[in-house]
Write a new protein. Sequence first.
Length: 601
Amino acid sequence: MSPTIQALPAQLVNQIAAGEVVERPASVVKELVENSLDAGARRVQLHIEQGGVKLIRVTDDGTGIAGDELSLALSRHATSKLKVLEDLERIASMGFRGEALPAIASVSRLTLESRAAGAERAWSCEGEADALRPSPLPRGTVVTVRDLFYNTPARRKFLRTDKTEFGHLEQVVKRLALARPDVGFVLNHNGREVFAARAASDRASHERRLADLLGGTFLDEALFFEHAAAGLRLHGWVARPSFSRSQADMQHFYVNRRMVRDKLVTHAVRQAYQDVLFHGRHPAYVLFLELDPTLVDVNVHPTKHEVRFRESRLVHDFLFRTLHDVLAEPTATARTAGVDDAVTRNDPAIAPEATPVPRQHGMALHVAERRAAYQAATAWQMPPPSAMGAVTDELVSDRQESADAEDLHPLGFAIAQLHGVYVLAQNRDGLVVVDMHAAHERITYESFKRARAGEGIKSQPLLVPVTVAVSRREANLVEENSGVFSELGMEVDRRGEETLVVRALPALLRSADAERLLRDVLADLVVHGDSWRILEQINEVLATMACHTSVRANRRLGIEEMNALLRDIERTERSAQCNHGRPTWTQLDMAALDRLFLRGR
């Protein structure tokens, strides 16, 4: 006998929904605070007890809820934010499903109090069927959640200690506060104020909240920027590669002020940090992307942490190109400017099809040939008189004393070499110490990449073509993206419905595993619509070549050579780090030097 089909009780339906929406106290706080922000609140107060398990109370001064709508607000799929299907395609509010309040109420003891704007009094209720009671509340709303998961003990067992749960909750509040500097936030835990931020709209106050979230050290190492193009606007802070992390715990991304976690975003950022990030390290950033709500689908997951971009390739390329340019600022200005100097770019509107990621084509010279070509083309020589003049010790001394010259050259002028490893230079701020091998390695590497970009990626036929069995979808991808494979220096033909043949590889990767390389590129095409796999491997070869051809330790350099190295650093993109992510130079200003010797005390 087949089982009987029956409708689930409303309470059970809400508890099932709560399993998707309410993971822990931090999830409750996120949903309630976002409701406050949607209501136009200018101040949000939170009172928490025992990590949020015993009590969560969120008070706001928003528009409030009319008394006769309180019970409805606690019913499933009741919302003021959507009315017709078209509204779902241009969501600008944080919430819209109408699931959060009934889901939370189903696994806790929830009380809802509110006074709508213009109403004579406030009202309170504890459920859909509960009678309304008068409340002394002024304008706004108070949601009180007690005894979270009291009726679902299995869920409560998965909660951590009060300290751990409050740590997650505090992080959520700070991330929401970071997205809305125009709103004041106060967070109290067990009767003690933990976090307070007044409403403000200037960048300084925004950065104070940023310091509360990520610490002052992040601000010291972050670059602030703004960039707009193709109907997209990106602004925020990206940490210099030297401020990398062992975990991805300082990565905060917002889409139209909504906190999101997105694989496309992570991939684009990772690509922008390529060549400058130490192996196994993660970048740190706080980024805000703004775009037309119709271009992003937020109705992907109940927690609304995930989004789907309608023009995913455009967004990916925009993020990559913007961050790549910010991180590529050549040198000293980027290192010494600090967060007070914004990098602002505003490109004219660009059609989506006109904004591809600029491809860097390859070169096919063997390592020995490329070394010889580089040594012949870039061997250090005395700069011509028109560029630098006849450099003598006296002229160097004169230039060190010249403010105009030091302004022109942020890294200043060489004064000595230390143990054949470091170049010491004097600039307006104090002492500059340069790791000459690391700096020359970056300069050489960027030179190789420019050469490759000019020549394109040349391919080399395989003596024995490699046959690879794939799915029909992957075989179709190869046919649809034949131009991509050609640009990457690969020749791939389709032999059957589910068979491909690799006939040529990039010359610099001629010893690579052809089948593995093809599968990696196909995997990238499936997930991202493009592949950087081959370029990354080619760059690894170029980086090795650059390391082997760069000036070695214990080589004695003259003043002219050291100054030429300083000028090359100033002209080279990403020159603050070598190809492995290590710093190439550092600045000790006069204040730091004075502290070393206790001067002025």
